[in-house]
Ligand binder design. Structure first.
Ligand code: PGA
Length: 257
């Protein structure tokens, strides 16, 4: 049997000053520092990474970036490379739907970024997920499978990849996908990973869910053996709520199966 350690990541998006980031991470660390059954990753904006690093680096809580450029260095104004993140973060979110939607990221850029991250021995949290139109037209599965396949093209170390299924219609809307929808898509994602690599890689791949998760619905979501954790947006900006989600996950079947 493959053991997949559950992971919960808080994506703070474009929120928090460095000072606010320190306060939020201190408060979260105080409550969850001993949660070693669950990987806890905080993903502040770039400008808060160093400040939050100083809070979390002696704890079990890990640090992630929300984006990265695929190139190691050069004339790319405003961008940040994996070289600049080395030693600071262990995880990088790649291909979040907001990056795809507002900044034109394609499956090809996602694949290049995922490669850059895993080659630097960090973990890439690769986001996939359909919008409401794809779902209404019954094309959601095909759409997500394509994102998985193309987003992993050329990624040679899949043990450093986590996939987050985040249907766009569920992000920030207060409407989470149903457990049936999540399980169905998680199975499809794993099948696609098996196709790209092999069964062992698919069995070991952690598949997270993201989209309007909170302390009230996380228990039901992670109770499913198909789901290995959550990528949390809004609720991760609330220290009590996010810490509660970590505790629920630590006590849930996800941590013990
Ligand atoms: P949400 O965001 O939890 O606020 O829906 C999830 C995400 O965008 O990762």
């Amino acid at each position: 049997m493959t053991i997949r350690k559950p992971l919960i990541a808080g994506n703070w998006k474009m929120n928090t000053t460095p000072q606010e980031g320190v306060a939020l991470s201190q408060s979260i660390c105080r409550i969850v520092d001993d949660a070693d059954e669950v990987d806890v990753v905080l993903c502040p904006p770039f400008t808060s990474l160093i400040a939050v690093y100083s809070v979390v680096h002696h704890t079990t809580v890990m640090l992630g970036a929300q984006n990265v450029n695929q190139y190691p260095n050069g004339a790319y104004t405003g961008e940040v490379s994996v070289e600049m993140l080395r030693g600071l973060v262990s995880h990088v979110i790649v291909g979040h739907s907001e990056r795809r939607q507002y900044y034109g990221e394609t499956d090809q850029t996602v694949a290049a970024k995922a490669s850059a991250v895993v080659n630097a021995e960090m973990t890439a949290i690769v986001c996939v997920g359909e919008n409401d139109v794809e779902r209404e037209r019954r094309r959601a599965e095909r759409y997500v499978r394509r994102q998985v396949r193309q987003g992993l093209t050329g990624v040679v170390n899949p043990s450093h990849v986590v996939i987050a299924y985040e249907p766009i219609w569920a992000i920030g809307t207060g409407v989470s996908a149903t457990i049936g929808q999540i399980e169905y898509m998680a199975a499809s994602i794993r099948e696609e990973v098996c196709d790209v690599y092999d069964q062992d890689v698919a069995d070991g791949m952690r598949v997270l869910y993201g989209g309007s998760t909170n302390a009230s619905n996380i228990e039901q979501i992670v109770a499913s053996p198909a789901v290995d954790g959550a990528l949390v947006g809004g609720a991760s900006l609330n220290d009590a709520e996010f810490s509660k989600m970590v505790s629920i996950m630590a006590e849930s079947g996800a941590a013990t199966r």
